[in-house]
Design a protein around this ligand. Structure first.
Ligand code: B16
Ligand code: MG
Length: 230
């Protein structure tokens, strides 16, 4: 660890959250909607395969699923397939409310929000990110939201996290990223940010710190961990 996390009194720090798998579990709705599409094309795929779609953009997810089904289509047909999957997905998203926020996410957001040294950003691959945050009532916590429509390169490229940091006027080395996808952790590390993996150590061991979820921690404890690295 060569990077130095700035001292407590420095005001320009930020936390950047991934959305799906960190704040809410929308993966289950992606799975249903992609599976409906695959079934309509005459094939199926498993929940285990669905794991590989976490953090992957919509069009890249479609390309992977079509590969699993041994199918290929023109770009125009693929755009139509992605559109119809998203319409199906949105029918689930529109039913979401605050009961779907993952355990203690609000406690962690409150802890950061009350700390004047920190800004809060979102770095999601989802083009529906703003809608989802609105649905679950969390938009008010965020200083800047990067969604899938604002980046050219998907994770593991660091573009999304770097954009969030620069819009919040915070140096990358003063950001803590929360990510559930191995490629998302790679993206945060490529951005030279401190990284908390939310999920299994086996998948996310490359993060600086890994926890199953937020239920057994506070933001003060997480900050202390990174201050202790200095
Ligand atoms: P959309 P995240 C990602 O969200 C999901 O993990 C991934 O499964 C999905 O394909 C991607 O968003 C694009 O979503 O179709 O809504 O644009 O984990 O980066 O917050
Ligand atoms: Mg995710």
């Amino acid at each position: 660890m060569t990077d130095l996390f700035l001292a407590k009194e420095d005001i320009r720090k930020a936390c950047i959250f991934d959305l799906d798998g960190v704040i809410v579990d929308t993966a289950k709705y992606h799975f249903v909607a992609w599976r409906n599409l695959a079934n309509s094309l005459g094939f199926d795929f498993t929940e285990r395969e669905n794991e590989k779609l976490k953090g992957v953009s919509r069009i890249d997810s479609l390309n992977l699923i079509l590969e699993w089904g041994g199918m290929n289509f023109s770009e125009k047909v693929k755009a139509n397939l992605a559109f119809s999957k998203n319409e199906d997905y949105l029918s689930y998203i529109k039913e979401m409310d605050e009961s779907e926020i993952l355990p203690n996410v609000v406690g962690i957001l409150e802890g950061i929000y009350k700390n004047p040294n920190y800004k809060i950003g979102l770095g999601s691959a989802s083009k529906n990110a703003k809608l989802i945050l609105d649905q679950v009532g969390l938009t008010k916590y965020f200083d800047f939201i990067v969604d899938g429509s604002m980046v050219t390169h998907g994770k593991p490229h660091p573009e999304g996290f770097l954009l969030a940091a620069s819009e919040m006027k915070v140096l990358p080395e003063n950001c803590i990223v929360f990510e559930d996808a191995p490629k998302g952790v790679e993206a945060a590390l490529a951005a030279r940010m401190f990284t908390v993996g939310i999920g299994r150590e086996d998948d996310l061991g490359h993060a600086h710190l890994v926890m199953a979820d937020f239920s057994k921690t506070t933001f003060a404890e997480i900050e202390d961990f990174f201050l202790g690295l200095v």
